[in-house]
Design a protein. Structure first.
Length: 164
């Protein structure tokens, strides 16, 4: 008998490893704070294989642990805002058969950046950081596409596995 807790532990560990790997990659995408979001690959796979509740739990646990291990309190706050909005939109869109995994992930990438920008506006108490929105929208589309393509391929390869 397979254990849901065991699978959750494996997914959490994998998401944390991906978060750590991203801290080691010295690639700058032209603007501060932009990264590929490899840990979100695990969240998208879990969303499709087990549902939004498990994906939400995984996302929150991963963000808090990664924040304490590799980040700061501010990184936790920004990531929770972005991750929460992103997951809400992805969970809604994934129910609709008209959106592919890539499309759902793209929307998630864009919404993640919008959520983080909204928190930044609250923290710095100005709307002037909104000038950064076009850059974040483009980066969210690009990274969401990459994560979506990878997630679709992984989902295709693990199609027969059940995690419930």
């Amino acid at each position: 008998m397979r254990s849901r807790a065991g699978y959750f532990g494996v997914f959490t560990a994998l998401a944390l490893i991906f978060s750590y790997v991203e801290t080691l990659v010295p690639i700058q995408f032209g603007a501060p704070g932009i990264k590929l979001g490899l840990a979100n690959l695990v969240v998208v796979v879990v969303l499709y294989k087990t549902g939004w509740r498990e994906a939400l739990l995984l996302s929150v646990v991963r963000i808090i642990l990664a924040g304490f291990l590799f980040g700061s309190l501010f990184s936790i706050i920004y990531s929770l805002a972005g991750g929460g909005l992103s997951l809400a939109v992805m969970a809604f869109l994934s129910r609709n058969q008209r959106f592919s995994t890539v499309g759902v992930s793209m929307a998630g990438g864009v919404c993640h950046n919008i959520g983080q920008l909204a928190v930044a506006m609250l923290v710095v108490e100005t709307y002037q950081v909104g000038y950064y929105l076009p850059v974040l929208l483009v980066s969210g589309l690009i990274t969401g596409t990459v994560i979506g393509v990878l997630a679709a391929e992984i989902l295709k390869r693990i199609q027969g596995l059940q995690f419930r």
